[in-house]
Design a protein around this ligand. Structure first.
Ligand SMILES: [Zn+2]
Ligand SMILES: [Zn+2]
Length: 450
């Protein structure tokens, strides 16, 4: 009989960095790894360490439209980071471990469905790649992703915006005060997936008590009703009170209690940039909580109980926020979201996306085919400007899991028709229902199957 086990993968990615002095660097994981080894955590029978596999190009292309190709947007480090999440997910689904924590970088939650470059330190969305792998290979239907990073998980939100079977909940520091400037309460998902996106923007200075109030009164009740087959935690640690990028007041104990309550199947590391003062404590507390071990002694040297308190006014505001979001959730099946417009059988929205790391500006026209038999396919026209005269336009067609044959055929016909068009540099077809992927270079007249 096996022990109850928590699976870990450490992947510091020594060969990947935005720049040598950038806060997103390998030391983020090295201090944690030292701490875990020194404290003997790795030797406990409840903990098992795994070696990551590489995510395949196909795994990436099932989730993203990388322009022009997956190979141009990824390094081996990206494939290992996403592959680590897949490795642990495989173990969990097979029942070989109870849960897992992929302590990997580069991070992923700012990477959207279409990828022209790096945004918020992310090219590839590790959690999304793993979730689409699970749904494709293991027939898992319903997944919940809880994003606990201080930054809004705008990439994950974008990828699952129209998907009623993936619940995405993100709490984060209010977008008016922090990158990426999104994640407001009115961002609630597409017409077939209303309130399957839930955003909880929080004021700077939010404490453990407020966070746990949200978990108990909003996240857990919603999870209980949604009944996911698999729960993912995008585990960003930049809500910590010493983090140099965020302005929140969450402690290692707060993160541990959060983890204990959420009981994720798999946690995947996102941000967290206080390399010495936060990460070793927060990571250790999360690992102990996942393994069902006592974490009460994990404490930052400069922390004392009662150090951070909310005012009654802030607590009242939080209660109103939670009540308002619960109302949207309760009305999820009777409300049609009103932010886009419906034209000729398509629900349309325009998007402007800025790549802060790579200085790219992208304009998207996203059209969802309204279908009475399935959730409909997506057609995305993406036009990009890299500055200095470099520009281009691509067409991306995405057919969801469980699509009807009419939608599948229509998307395939659009792909074939667009190959003759001179308006696009590249055309992509991503049929998740049959796991069939195609790409086409219009200038070279060359097609490939990722
Ligand atoms: Zn972050
Ligand atoms: Zn359909």
């Amino acid at each position: 009989m096996r022990c109850k086990q928590t699976g870990l993968i450490f992947f510091p990615a020594f060969d990947w960095a935005i720049s040598p002095t950038h806060p997103e660097r390998e030391e983020r994981l090295l201090y944690t790894r030292d701490q875990i080894f020194e404290e003997g955590i790795i030797d406990l029978p409840q903990i098992a360490e795994f070696t990551p596999q590489l995510a395949s190009i196909h795994d990436i292309a099932r989730t993203h439209f990388c322009v022009p190709q997956v190979e141009s947007q990824t390094t081996e480090a990206h494939l290992i980071a996403a592959g680590a999440a897949i490795t642990l997910a495989d173990q969990i689904v097979a029942g070989l471990i109870d849960n897992g924590f992929a302590l990997v970088r580069p991070p992923g939650h700012h990477a959207m469905r279409v990828v022209h470059g790096n945004r918020g330190f992310c090219n590839i969305n590790n959690e999304a790649v793993m979730v689409e792998y699970l749904r494709s290979r293991h027939g898992i239907k319903k997944v919940a992703i809880i994003d606990t990073d201080v930054h809004h998980g705008d990439g994950t939100q974008d990828i699952f915006w129209h998907d009623p079977d993936v619940l995405f909940i993100s709490f984060h520091q209010d977008g008016r005060t922090l990158y990426p400037g999104t994640g407001f309460i009115y961002e609630l998902g597409g017409p077939c997936a209303y309130a399957r996106t839930i955003n909880i923007p929080l004021p700077p200075g939010t404490t453990d008590d407020s966070l746990l109030y949200i978990v108990d009164n909003l996240i857990l009740p919603v999870l209980e009703e949604f009944r996911p087959d698999f729960v993912v935690n995008s585990a960003g640690q930049d809500n910590h009170y010493t983090d140099p990028l965020g302005s929140m007041r969450i402690t290692a104990q707060g993160y541990a209690r959060l983890t204990e309550k959420l009981r994720p199947d798999l946690a995947v590391l996102e941000g967290g940039y206080a390399i010495e003062t936060a990460l070793p404590y927060v990571n250790m507390a999360i690992i102990l909580a996942l393994a069902g071990l006592d974490y009460s002694n994990v404490r930052e040297p400069d922390f004392w109980p009662g150090r951070f308190k909310e005012t009654s006014q802030r607590t009242e505001q939080l209660k109103r926020l939670v009540d308002g979001l619960l109302k949207h959730w309760k009305n999820r099946d009777t409300t049609l979201t009103g932010r886009g417009k419906t034209v000729n059988g398509y629900y349309e929205r325009e998007k402007l996306i800025f790549y802060d790391t790579d200085y790219i500006e992208e304009h998207q026209t996203e059209k969802l085919r309204i279908c009475s038999n399935c959730t409909g396919y997506l057609s995305i026209e993406s036009e990009v400007s890299h500055g200095f005269g470099q520009a281009g336009k691509v067409l991306c067609l995405s057919v969801p899991f469980g699509a009807c044959s009419k939608c599948r055929n229509e998307a395939a016909d659009l792909y074939t028709g667009a190959k003759k068009s001179v308006g696009y540099n590249y055309i992509y077809l991503q049929d998740k229902s049959s796991d069939y992927l195609l790409g086409y270079d219009t200038k070279a007249g060359k097609e490939w199957r990722p």
